[in-house]
Ligand binder design. Structure first.
Ligand code: NAD
Ligand code: TDX
Length: 339
């Protein structure tokens, strides 16, 4: 099969490329990425020369470029990871989120309609369901929970999901959607909570916790997300949405304390800063559907996954030090100075 993976130079997309090349060596992977600030070609350095791998620098909003690629590659499957993915950036500047996350998804699906496809898979997020109250641990997001978004980021992802389902209903496009909880693991860009705290702690810098640090996220090791998408491609039912999550809810402050302990850094580095606008309180996925229909279960428990992740960042300092020494410095200053 020829599989187009968009956003494959980013965190989850790259982990998915590695997973697919390893588990499906007879498939050809065409990785499409615009290489925004979040995309990093060096992440893919070990696979760039593989005969069944091709990297194409392309914006998914570029209709002409996308159609040309479809004419060249005749893809059987498209997996769309490409997105602007950081909530804080969406609060500062929503426009690019609307372009990539909504228009880009539509362009890819138009190409699928024009040239034909066996499957278009949209990588979505649990954030489309909004948030749950902190005092109702009995509540979880299921696939039928109403869409109810909080940030420009989650609104753009929800808009894309609605378009994907509309293309299925209206044009019969063979689509699937997955909505996953927070991922962590190797190659995550250091603007996100876990790698940001690891990088800052290693530098003995302040650890900026939003609000009181009581917001809850449901963390999943990135490999488990990749395995779930692979299963959905193989056995998932067209037109369906699958939630992905490992029942691993944690308060932000507890995550930061675990990182301090693992790196032998004092908790006095923790600094409480002004809360994120519209900050979602709690995310919690009910993964019963993907478990019962496709047999998926998370394999890496948090205690193991966080140690593996910390070890990876310690072993790959050159990867993230290069990132935080560049344009990221301006981002960090604008986002955190005087916060
Ligand atoms: P990321 O920001 O690390 O990577 C995004 C990639 O997309 C980058 O390589 C970037 O260069 C590329 N990209 C951005 N705009 C593009 C465009 N217009 N054309 C082509 N490529 C473009 O993001 P991530 O954390 O790996 O997330 C991947 C996907 O998974 C996103 O769709 C996100 O919404 C979703 N998701 C993420 C999480 C999470 O915890 N990180 C959880 C659930 C769902
Ligand atoms: O410096 C920080 N301090 C802090 O307290 C940062 C960067 C984050 N936080 C908090 C905000 C959130 O409650 O940590 C939590 C996690 O924040 P992020 O890593 O920014 O992730 P989140 O906003 O939960 O969104 C993530 O999960 C769902 C991904 O970035 C999305 O792409 C995905 O869809």
């Amino acid at each position: 099969m020829n599989i187009i993976v968009t956003g494959g130079a980013g965190f989850i997309g790259a982990n998915f490329v590695f997973h697919m090349l390893d588990k499906h060596p007879n498939d050809r992977i065409i990785c499409v990425d615009k290489l925004t600030y979040a995309g990093n070609l060096s992440t893919l350095k070990d696979v760039l020369d593989k005969p069944n791998f091709r990297f194409v620098k392309l914006d998914i909003c570029d209709r002409e470029g996308v159609y040309k690629l479809f004419e060249e590659e005749h893809p059987d499957v498209v997996v769309n990871f490409a997105a602007e993915s950081h909530v804080d950036r969406s609060i500062e500047n929503p426009q690019i989120f609307l372009e990539t996350n909504i228009i880009g998804t539509a362009v890819l699906m138009d190409a699928c309609r024009k040239y034909g496809i066996e499957r278009f898979h949209q990588v979505s997020t649990d954030e489309v369901y909004g948030d749950l109250p902190l005092d109702r641990p009995d509540l979880f997001f299921t696939e039928t929970t109403p869409i109810h978004t909080s940030s420009p980021y989650s609104s753009s992802k929800a808009s894309a999901d609605l378009l994907v389902l509309a293309y299925h209903r209206t044009y019969g496009l063979p689509v699937t959607i997955s909505r996953c909880s927070n991922n962590y693991g190797p190659y995550q860009f250091p603007e996100k909570l876990i790698p940001l705290m690891i990088a800052n702690a290693l530098d003995d810098k302040a650890l900026p916790v939003y609000g009181e640090g009581l917001n809850v996220r449901d963390w999943l090791y990135v490999e488990d997300h990749c395995k779930a998408i692979d299963l959905i491609l193989m056995n998932g039912k067209v037109g369906e949405v699958y939630n992905i999550g490992g029942h691993n809810e944690m308060k932000n402050i507890d995550i930061v304390k675990i990182i301090c302990k693992a790196l032998d850094k004092p908790e006095s580095l923790i600094t409480y800063v002004t809360d994120r606008k519209g900050h979602d309180l709690r995310y919690a996925i009910d993964p019963e559907k993907i478990h019962s229909e496709l047999g998926w279960l998370p394999e890496t428990m948090f205690e193991e996954g966080i140690q593996k992740t910390i070890a990876w960042y310690l072993d790959h300092k050159e990867w993230w030090e290069e990132i935080i020494s560049g344009e990221y410095k301006n981002y960090y200053k604008a986002m955190y100075e005087d916060r």
